[in-house]
Ligand binder design. Structure first.
Ligand SMILES: *Cc1c(COP(=O)(O)O)cnc(C)c1O
Length: 379
């Protein structure tokens, strides 16, 4: 069995222990004679899995009783519309921080349902940082303020939440369970599962119950949080198997020591990569230091051909899915919870070797490309 180090942004690597456990239980889940994916979602056995899954998530994140946990379909992208249809129904306005492509997608979708506005943007800096805001940045009557906590494509993240009295809504698709968050600071948290939780097909929504029940009349039943809450996300067939996989991942995180320990592990992993990027003569990170993501690390050499050469060499060495998103170029290493620290250490070793082999060549090319070169060739 040859497993690669998979740096995919999503669907992403899952813990090996979890995959093993799922494989063991594949044909016969606890003496039922069937796989979890073959069970009725109304069966006693499945409902026990469902309840346990919710209970462990509540324990891990410290989700208070007055918040509902929903397990839905449609991905984070469908939540862009659901959030607006459920919550932008008071003043009909909502303020968005435009910190990257998913943040922007959420805004554009919400604009179909009301007065959604970008109150701050880092577009002019190619989203290399989190835009600064003050309390005054937001409209006083906004139904909510929306942020994308971790910008998967650009590799930035909020390290503090914006100051506002409005209900805070956040997309945590690519950082949920990677660090401790104070759920009480948010009215609603949503996340597609395929980055840090489970296979694709499951979307988590954690919403304060007092926000429920004000959905727009055009809101489809499946997107109506109050209806989903009343039916424990079992209005129709839920994504049964990804929910079961989420349970195994939550248990794995508990075994790892919970979110405090997960955060420490993630910081250690990210530091290995960022420290190297900061000392490298060939590779460099693309995000302002203070806003760097713990989960998604974009980097470039500054030379497209060399980037492609690195991706190819790394792939051959068993480090896959390192090609950057087309809007940033270069490389991106997504180092979610399930990426083992050895994967990051070995990647950095590979980068070091590549740098040693190629730095001379790069300087040589630059020297001749730039006829006014200040003769830094041999420095
Ligand atoms: C991946 C991602 C999305 C899109 O998720 P889907 O589940 O594919 O709809 C949205 N927001 C963020 C922050 C993401 O990382």
């Amino acid at each position: 069995m040859a497993r690669v180090y998979n740096f995919s942004a999503g669907p992403a690597v899952l813990p090996e222990e979890v995959l093993r456990e799922a494989a063991e239980e594949m044909m016969d889940y606890k003496g039922s004679g069937m796989s979890v994916m073959e069970m009725s979602h109304r069966s006693k056995m499945y409902l026990a899995i469902y309840e346990e899954t919710e209970a462990i998530l509540r324990e891990l994140m410290g989700i208070p009783e007055d918040y509902s946990v929903l397990m839905l379909q449609g991905g984070a992208t469908l939540q862009f519309a659901a959030v607006a249809m459920n919550l932008m129904t008071g003043s009909g306005t909502a303020d968005y921080i435009d910190s990257g492509n998913f943040a922007h997608g959420a805004l554009v979708e919400a604009q179909k349902y009301g007065d959604a506005k970008a109150v701050a943007s880092s577009k002019d800096d190619n989203f290399a940082k989190i835009p600064a805001t003050t309390r005054e940045s937001f409209r006083p009557d906004a139904d909510y303020v929306h942020i994308c906590y971790n910008n998967t494509i650009y590799g930035s993240r909020f390290t503090t939440i914006p100051k506002t009295d409005a209900t805070l809504v956040t997309d945590m698709s690519s950082c949920i369970l990677s660090e401790v968050v104070d759920v009480k600071k948010f009215g609603l948290i949503y996340a597609g599962a395929q980055k840090n939780i489970a296979p694709a097909g499951l979307t988590i929504v954690i919403v304060k119950k007092e926000l429920l029940g004000n959905a727009s009349p055009i809101c489809p039943i499946m997107l109506n949080y109050a209806i989903q809450d009343k039916n424990d996300s079992l209005y129709n067939t839920p994504p049964c198997y990804p929910i079961y996989m989420a349970k195994l991942v939550y248990e794995w995180i508990l075994d790892m020591g919970g979110l405090e320990a997960m955060k420490a592990y993630n910081e250690k992993k990210a530091a290995i990569l960022y420290d190297f990027l900061d000392s490298s003569k060939l590779f460099k990170g693309t995000v302002e230091k203070k806003d760097r993501s713990l989960m998604n690390v974009p980097f470039v050499t500054g030379d497209e051909a060399l980037d492609a050469k690195f991706v190819k060499a790394a792939t051959e060495a068993g480090f896959v899915n390192l090609k950057g998103h087309r809007s940033v170029g270069g490389m991106r290493a997504s180092i979610y919870n399930a990426m083992p620290i050895e994967g990051v250490q070995l990647l950095v070793e590979t980068m070091k070797e590549f740098e040693e082999k190629n730095i001379f060549l790069l300087r040589f090319c630059n020297y001749f490309r730039n006829s006014n070169s200040d003769r830094t060739f041999f420095t």
